[in-house]
Design a protein around this ligand. Structure first.
Ligand SMILES: NC(=O)c1ccc[n+]([C@@H]2O[C@H](COP(=O)([O-])OP(=O)(O)OC[C@H]3O[C@@H](n4cnc5c(N)ncnc54)[C@H](O)[C@@H]3O)[C@@H](O)[C@H]2O)c1
Length: 337
């Protein structure tokens, strides 16, 4: 039996615990969370042993792997400590909110010779799996331009995440579409120019970017336009708006993830989630499939993907986006390595 420890008992830590319980051969041995409410909920609702820190979890339980599901800016310490303890890893996206932290995680993973996967769950999302097949098979031809928008209503930064002021729509949202853009392109980004504004969220007590628009140039001359907002009105039919377009030399692919094939009109008009849900009392959907893929690959002794290098590449790109937001000028993205 492979034993996994989960660091962070919030929305994602709970999702991982439920998803892994469906996989024979793997066991969630314990969770770490310093917050009393999260720890209590994990004990009561998930029935798991909870520790106040990742160090105690790693010291007290005999683990094979760890999952880091803490707020965006706090992944470094638990990820580095897990790798140094010889544990295979799944780290939530973004791998880290600075290249320095991401490189420290990469170095610890390399030094310990453990496997590390970064949770870019859209690589398990059916629309993007199909899009990637269309690119890989040559149906799309050369990828010329990509255009993506992944945004949230105010609910996410003001009520869902207590730590939004330490992150941004760049780190929380744009990392997803940056990973997809790199995955579809297969080329390295060389330059980014970003603009944005900080006004409405700051006025509501969350000091971060309202909106970020970024233009990325790749080393083959192709381009991508990425947009992430945290200020969509709460009256939107879904808390997430997600559109993606790839235009190639032979065909184009269009994805709309907002309307998930189901509408409900009541007091409010909503798009219910159909891509992440329970069927037969069991969790389904692409985040669950990602977590279960991690478990099955660990059990099978296979390599884990997306890799720590993929996570580092995305962190470098989004860090350059923030540099450009601050400088008001295009920023080059340093050599990989
Ligand atoms: N892959 C995806 O699609 C996806 C989706 C949502 C969130 N995320 C990412 O997952 C991570 C967690 O997000 P969430 O929505 O679960 O947040 P959350 O706020 O619901 O949960 C985070 C938990 O971590 C705990 N925590 C804080 N510092 C800790 C520490 N040092 N050690 C242990 N626990 C600690 C908090 O008390 C909280 O319970 C974030 O990086 C977020 O961006 C990824």
């Amino acid at each position: 039996m492979l034993r996994v420890g989960i660091v962070g008992a919030g929305i994602r830590g709970t999702m991982y615990t439920r998803a892994l319980r469906e996989v024979p051969g793997i066991e969630v041995a314990g969770i770490a969370d310093p917050a009393d409410r999260a720890a209590e909920r994990a004990r009561d609702e998930l029935g798991v042993q909870v520790y106040p820190s990742h160090r105690e979890l790693f010291d007290r339980e005999r683990l094979d792997a760890a999952i880091v599901a803490t707020p965006d800016h706090t992944h470094r310490a638990p990820a580095v400590d897990a790798a140094r303890a010889g544990l295979h890893l799944l780290v939530e996206k973004p791998l880290a909110t600075s290249t320095e932290d991401a490189e420290a995680i990469r170095d610890a993973v390399r030094g310990a010779g453990v496997e590390c996967m970064v949770a870019f769950e859209n690589r398990w999302n059916p629309s993007f799996v199909r899009a990637r097949e269309a690119v890989a098979s040559g149906e799309v031809g050369d990828v010329l331009t990509q255009s993506a928008r992944l945004s949230n209503t105010y609910f996410v930064p003001t009520r869902m995440l207590s730590w939004a002021g330490s992150s941004s729509p760049g780190w929380f949202l744009m990392t997803h579409i940056a990973d997809l853009a790199l995955w579809f392109s297969g080329h390295e980004p060389t330059r980014v120019y970003a603009t944005g504004l900080r006004r409405e969220l700051r006025a509501r007590g969350v000091d971060t970017w309202d909106a970020i628009h970024a233009l990325v140039t790749f080393d083959d001359g192709s381009v991508a336009s990425l947009e992430s907002l945290w200020v969509l009105p709460d009256s939107m039919p879904s808390i997430v708006d997600f559109k993606y377009q790839i235009v190639g030399s032979r065909s184009a692919v269009f994805v709309d993830q907002q309307d998930q094939m189901s509408w409900q009109a009541g007091e409010q008009f909503v798009f219910p989630r159909t891509l992440l849900l329970e069927v037969d009392g069991r969790p389904q959907g692409f985040s669950t499939w990602m977590a279960q893929s991690f478990a099955r690959r660990l059990i099978g002794g296979e390599r884990l993907e997306p890799t720590v290098e993929d996570g580092l590449r995305v962190t470098r790109l989004i860090e350059a986006v923030h540099r450009s937001l601050d400088s008001g000028s295009p920023e080059s993205i340093g050599p990989q390595g």
